[in-house]
Design a protein around this ligand. Structure first.
Ligand code: ATP
Ligand code: MG
Length: 574
């Protein structure tokens, strides 16, 4: 761990919290702050830069975004969509997806963003669960959605985006929008009103629908306001005097893509790059260079791939304008942190949050120094602590559950909280300790906090395990393994063991050109032994082609853990 901060730094951090006051109006609408105000003030300013692998490119202004959204709001109304109704968006990164969010929000309906990568089962689950009455569907998934209509009776209509033929009870996007007026009077929504129903990644079990209020965007923006330097945005005069361009490979259907990329970029009146194509490490750098991207959100899996494939990005892509990198979703770790610092000249802003409360902790290069390997400090406006099972605050160094309080340091309600899990009241209650209005919200993630308020991630509660009485947080071991040149990625899980309860087992994906020999196993074990505590080295290493991942690019350790349990069970039967 890094040295303690000096008194002046600690005081200035405390002052950030003391000076920060939430301003949540009674009425608030995401479409107004992300689009309408720019369409009025700077209608020609660029909002979406579309780029596709096939060479297609197009630019759209805030004025165009607003007009298209107005037409869509009218079209949705014509189809009977009412305030509070759920409307699914099954679209990739493209202009129409931004249009859909603005249109649905200004209508007071609830957007249900769904990934294009979902197979029929995943789509059926979420469409059924959300009770969506209408879906905006891209051609590529049209067949899959058509096939589900009988199982999802609440879904009355599809509006089809793209060049494919709409069926008789489906509507073509272009035709529908052309037929509508480009003016629309936005509904005046309450800040507390439901705006987005977004599903968690499903890393630990079936995904849950988190219902977000309009005001959640305000809660989310604390991180941006605290960290305005890394966006180069000026909250006092957003959109003016800055050339920031944002791109993230994160799917806009995921909280990382929607709440950390699309909506905040538009909120600040800056353009977002909508890229359609496959993610690749080289491709990411090429795209950022070609599009003049200054700010990006890259999930750790992507950064790891970029670190391995392009060790010296500044030399290889001299035109890169990148100024800021934010990362979240998994632990960034000090290897990736060092890569960004040394090879990109950027202190990566790690952030931590969840679909339900996105995001609460992070780094902010100009306001407080980042510590390699730490996921950062509580952003102003969020009272964050590590708590024990009874809900008591753990002292520095003692691991516990990362939690955020309903009320900030001034006793004001923190606007970041989701309204609840859709149709799962019991699960919503279980997320909070005690009185819902004045309680801690548990993240289910384990960490320690140091004396200066920096959080050090250990793993999800379900992924942290004990081996011979020692608590093992997979994150630190995985991060250590990734530092070895032969390792592209790694996941650590418990392997049931009669003597020790569990052994530390690592699944390792090899970097190109390496072979999984027993000699390499020994080397990797030695590599961990020489860097971490003796009980942390993996007693067993298994090489694997690819780790099980969610569609949001997260390692599903649960799958590997269950595999180990199943193997142990079979071994006892034999
Ligand atoms: P599910 O809740 O369905 O199992 P999920 O928790 O992965 O899926 P998300 O809401 O997309 O769904 O992800 C939030 C989780 O991602 C956090 O609870 C945490 O486990 C992990 N996470 C986010 N940021 C970080 C970070 N900086 N370091 C470590 N883990 C992180
Ligand atoms: Mg979760």
């Amino acid at each position: 761990m890094a040295m303690l901060a000096d008194a002046a730094e600690v005081n200035s951090y405390a002052a950030l919290h003391a000076d920060f006051r939430w301003q949540v109006p009674d009425e608030f609408n995401i479409a107004e702050v992300c689009c309408a105000r720019w369409a009025r003030d700077t209608p020609d300013a660029l909002a979406v830069k579309f780029a596709a692998d096939d060479g297609c490119a197009a630019h759209y202004s805030f004025g165009q975004l607003q007009r298209a959204a107005n037409r869509l709001s009218n079209a949705l109304q014509r189809q009977g969509v009412q305030r509070g109704d759920r409307v699914a968006i099954i679209l990739p990164q493209r202009f129409e997806t931004a249009v859909a969010h603005v249109a649905i929000s200004q209508l007071g309906a609830v957007a249900v963003p769904l990934s294009m990568l979902f197979g029929p089962e995943a789509l059926e689950y979420r469409l059924k669960d959300s009770g969506a009455v209408l879906a905006l569907v891209e051609c590529a998934v049209l067949e899959a959605v058509r096939g589900l209509r009988a199982q999802v009776p609440a879904l009355r209509r599809l509006i089809v985006v793209g060049e494919c033929e709409a069926g008789c009870d489906e509507i073509n996007w272009m035709a529908a929008l052309q037929a509508e007026d480009a003016r629309f009077t936005a509904v005046k929504t309450k800040a507390e009103e439901a705006a987005i129903l977004i599903y968690t990644s499903g890393t630990t079990g079936p995904p849950k629908g988190a219902l977000l209020a309009q005001r959640c965007l305000i809660g989310n923006l604390s991180g941006f306001i605290a960290s305005q330097n890394w966006f180069g945005f000026d909250p006092a005069a957003p959109g003016k005097g800055t050339q920031a361009v944002f791109w993230s490979p994160a799917d806009w259907a995921w909280t990382g893509g929607l709440m950390d990329a699309l909506l905040p970029t538009l909120y600040f009146g800056r353009p977002i790059v909508a890229y359609q194509g496959r993610f690749g490490a080289e491709k990411a750098f090429e795209l950022m260079q070609a599009q003049g991207v200054t700010h990006t959100f890259l999930f750790p899996t992507a950064l790891k791939a970029m670190m391995k494939a392009v060790p010296q990005p500044r030399e290889r892509y001299p035109g890169l304008k990148l100024q800021a990198v934010m990362s979240a979703g998994e632990s960034v770790g000090d290897a990736v942190f060092a890569y960004c610092q040394e090879q990109l000249g950027i202190t990566v802003n790690e952030m931590f949050g969840q679909t339900e409360i996105n995001y609460i902790v992070g780094n902010c290069a100009a306001l407080w120094p980042a510590r390699a390997g730490s996921m950062g400090r509580a952003y102003p406006g969020h009272r964050v602590a590590v708590i024990d099972e009874e809900g008591k605050t753990c002292p520095p160094g003692v691991p516990g559950d990362v939690a955020v309080h309903r009320r900030d340091v001034h006793g004001m309600a923190d606007p970041i909280f989701f309204l609840g899990y859709w149709g799962q009241d019991e699960a919503t209650r279980a997320k909070f300790t005690g009185d819902p209005a004045d309680s801690w919200c548990r993240t289910g993630d384990m960490a320690t906090v140091d004396a200066d308020g920096y959080l050090w991630y250990q793993g999800r509660s379900d992924d942290v395990f004990k081996s011979a009485g020692y608590r093992i947080g997979p994150s630190e071991i995985e991060n250590c393994l990734v530092k070895h040149e032969a390792v592209a990625n790694a996941a650590v899980v418990p392997k049931p063991d009669a003597e020790r309860g569990a052994l530390v087992k690592a699944y390792v994906v090899l970097a190109p050109g390496f072979k999984g020999t027993s000699r390499l196993v020994g080397q990797l074990q030695g590599h961990v032994k020489s860097r971490l505590a003796p009980y942390e080295y993996p007693k067993e290493i298994e090489f694997i082609e690819a780790l099980p991942m969610t569609t949001t690019g997260k390692v599903q350790r649960r799958v590997l853990r269950l595999q180990e349990e199943e193997r142990a069970r079979l071994a006892t039967i034999k």
